[in-house]
Design a protein. Structure first.
Length: 197
């Protein structure tokens, strides 16, 4: 299991109702269901990934979060998870509003476009970088709205979204983000993970 999913599973307590938006092949869902006895549902736009989830015995709806989230009742889940997908939506602000409406708490992870390897690649090669967290070439990437850890924190402040926890992954090590270490974390972390409400 990815380190990111380990971190997310540590945030989510046992016996909670969880919605995994853009759940992929269901890896996180399966872990939360089997190891933490959570009631987990998924929403996934790709049919073949929905079928993988169903073959694992997971409850998944095929659909686009930008269109389907509106149908979920308010505060119907203890946690809503959005893993490295926010930047792929046409209207990320609207998706975040829906996530916050549907979940009592929301966990969002973002690939950090401010990561030093990304910055150096742009500076020295002059081309859009391809990394583990940003694996596609510029012309076939699903990413429409790239942001940095600092961008996401600024956005939350501007929109009055409360950040309960700010975490980051640096060389597969997890650490807290604070006002004092923000500059450093924004450069040296490849992934940000936020618990918001």
């Amino acid at each position: 299991m990815k380190k990111e999913f380990e971190v997310i599973s540590q945030i989510i307590q046992n016996n909670k109702k969880v919605l995994d938006v853009g759940c992929g092949d269901g890896t996180l869902m399966q872990f939360l269901k089997l190891n933490q006895q959570n009631n987990v549902r998924g929403l996934e736009p790709q049919k073949k990934l929905v079928q993988k989830c169903i073959s694992k015995g997971l409850s998944v709806i095929e659909g686009d979060a930008e269109k389907e989230l509106i149908q979920f009742p308010e505060k119907s889940f203890d946690y809503v998870v959005l893993s490295q997908t926010l930047q792929a939506f046409i209207a990320p602000e609207e998706v975040l509003k829906q996530l916050l409406r549907v979940g009592k708490q929301t966990i969002v992870s973002i690939p950090n476009f401010g990561y030093w390897k990304v910055r150096l690649h742009l500076l020295f090669k002059g081309t859009m970088p391809v990394t583990n967290n940003l694996p596609n070439q510029w012309y076939d990437t699903p990413n429409l709205h790239m942001c940095t850890i600092q961008d996401f924190v600024n956005f939350c402040k501007e929109k009055n979204i409360k950040i309960d926890r700010s975490l980051c992954l640096t060389n597969e090590k997890i650490s807290e983000i604070t006002n004092k270490n923000m500059f450093y974390k924004n450069i040296f972390s490849h992934l940000g993970i936020f618990l918001i409400q």
